[in-house]
Design a protein around this ligand. Structure first.
Ligand code: OFO
Length: 171
């Protein structure tokens, strides 16, 4: 039987994942308005992945025989000073999420809940990739020195990202 403390933490994580989706959609809308269509695409795919994470965690709560609970999803910041600002905030947000995931992993170990520990371990690994990809894009933006041609190439590169459900279910 899953402990209430873990149900609470997982419910909070569902909310945090939906917030992440909101945040990346807000950033995508900003990038779209700033004519960075490829970056807008990358961020929209990121938002879809975050939604898939929320659903996946919600399903785990149900599968463990517990009740999901729902609270308000915070509105994301909608204004940015440029794409560097967007990716600085993306990296900072992913670091924050890594901390939330680590907290659940620690709690699962303390509660000797190996099922939740095994479940959340996927996210521990995922967060390494999430931080690395945000850091890589940010360093490319920094290296560009604001050169329009380099930023155009980066925008084209990020425009090729496509969404596929990370859990192999229907998109
Ligand atoms: Fe849910 O992976 Fe980013 O935050």
């Amino acid at each position: 039987m899953i402990k209430n403390s873990l149900v609470k933490a997982l419910n909070e994580q569902v909310n945090a994942e939906f917030y992440s989706a909101y945040l990346y959609f807000a950033m995508s809308a900003y990038a779209n308005g700033a004519a960075y269509k490829g970056i807008a695409n990358w961020l929209a795919v990121q938002a879809q992945e975050e939604t898939a994470h929320a659903v996946h965690i919600y399903q785990h709560i149900l599968e463990r025989g517990a009740s999901p609970s729902f609270s308000d999803i915070k509105a994301p910041e909608g204004s940015y000073t440029g794409i560097k600002d967007v990716f600085e905030k993306t990296l900072a947000h992913e670091k924050l999420v890594s901390g939330l995931i680590d907290r659940i992993a620690t709690l699962a170990l303390e509660e000797k809940d190996h099922a939740t520990y095994n479940f959340i371990s996927w996210y521990v690994k995922e967060q390494i990739e999430e931080e690395a990809s945000a850091a890589e894009i940010l360093s490319k933006i920094n290296l560009s020195g604001g050169h329009p041609g380099i930023l155009y190439s980066l925008d084209s590169e990020l425009g090729s990202r496509t969404y596929s459900n990370p859990f192999g279910a229907q998109d």
